[in-house]
Design a protein around this ligand. Structure first.
Ligand code: TXA
Ligand code: MG
Length: 350
């Protein structure tokens, strides 16, 4: 067991007040230890991307299979030249437009520069410059490219508060920088700029529409849309971001959603409902949680993971979630919900 240090940073105050604390966290990173820190999307679990010893500690703390590559975080574009090739004009345009921000760009990696464990053996690397003062200052102070996946135990919803990180990883990591709640609430958009046309590999904080305004046509990895259908065998492969109770996504009318709730209750099951401010009074279930306003999908993104974690503190046997529009940030919301539900859906009654 490690003694996990915790530093609290109040972003209302001048950040320079906290430079000594951030320096302590940066020193741990330089010593190849693992430190969690806030970004504008979710909390990240950072380690020196150049050292395998450091990167392995991320996989161990998370319990994550090491065939899933990690995103490398930088504070200045200059840092990129050390380990990535940036010949693509479209990649440069995306960096100019969206960095710092919730966009991860996959580029060819310069061999031998980063730990092989970061790229999971691929010849490419995903990079992003987070738009968060603590993250940027920490990376600058460490003077290193920082590999950082979301700071949750593998399979759990990503953390949007330092307490989420602590509840998953206390005793397993060297430190947590607490900067309060993260703003966007879902992870960055991952876009590959290895080929001529950029390809979205994971929908996220920055929408396809916004990317296309900068670089024209952007395609979407066909693997993503396939997962929109209920998989024939909803195996573990699709289950991420998952609460402990089985989750189902319901597409249909509010009346039919209530009929499903009644049906499960009649079987003696405790039913949780994941809904919105507009609809929360329509459902009579054992636990009803709202994650924001349907009409303001960015509020749903901001609260989604916190609410999924809240269900774990209840004794519901299953959770039924309403479905959302896939426009804009809605595509990231539905992608995460579908994974949390392991592809399980409930049909309308005819
Ligand atoms: O918002 C975020 O992106 C957060 C914060 C902490 O920055 N990080 C994050 O990391 O979500 P993680 O490890 O949970 O997700 C990284 C995603 C995975 O889906 C991984 O497969 C993909 O990015 N990825 C990373 N490097 C890649 C590469 N070279 N090629 C393709 N996909 C890559
Ligand atoms: Mg993650």
């Amino acid at each position: 067991m490690l003694n996990t240090k915790r530093w609290s940073v109040d972003l209302e105050k001048d950040l320079s007040t906290y430079y000594p604390q951030i320096k302590q966290a940066a020193d741990l990173l330089q010593q190849n230890e693992v430190v969690a820190f806030p970004t504008e999307t979710v909390y990240g679990l950072g380690a020196n991307a150049k050292e395998t010893e450091a990167v392995m500690k991320i996989y161990e703390a998370k319990g994550r299979p090491s065939d899933n590559p990690l995103i490398v975080h930088i504070a200045e574009v200059q840092q990129l030249h050390e380990f990535a090739q940036i010949e693509s004009e479209k990649a440069k345009a995306l960096m100019d437009a969206f960095w710092p921000g919730a966009l991860t760009i996959v580029l060819p990696c310069k061999p031998g520069t980063l730990s092989k464990q970061v790229t999971a053996g691929l010849s490419t690397v995903g990079v992003r410059m987070p738009d968060h003062p603590i993250a940027l200052e920490l990376i600058r102070a460490a003077g290193l490219p920082i590999a950082a996946p979301s700071a949750n135990r593998s399979g759990k919803p990503s953390p949007t508060q330092a307490d989420h990180v602590a509840s998953d990883l206390e005793g397993r990591i060297a430190g947590i920088v607490d900067g309060g709640s993260t703003g966007i609430g879902v992870e960055s958009t991952v876009v590959s700029c290895v080929g001529e046309t950029p390809v979205i590999l994971r929908p996220g904080g920055i929408t396809k529409e916004a990317l296309e305004e900068v670089v024209g046509t952007v395609s979407v990895d066909p693997g993503l849309t396939k997962k929109d259908e209920a998989p024939v065998s909803p195996g573990m492969k699709y289950t991420h971001y998952a609460p402990e109770a089985k989750m189902y996504i319901f597409h249909g009318s509010d009346e039919d959603m209530q009929r499903h709730i009644q049906k499960y209750k009649a079987e003696g099951l405790k039913v949780g409902v994941l809904t919105t401010e507009e609809k929360k009074s329509l459902f009579a279930a054992d636990v009803v949680y709202s994650c924001g306003w349907r009409e303001k999908p960015e509020t749903v993104a901001a609260n989604l993971y916190r609410v999924l974690r809240q269900f774990d503190e209840t004794d519901v046997d299953l959770i039924i979630s309403e479905a959302f529009s896939e426009e804009g940030v809605g595509s990231a919301i539905m992608n995460r919900l579908q994974k949390a539900a392991g592809g399980r859906t409930l049909p309308s009654f005819q």
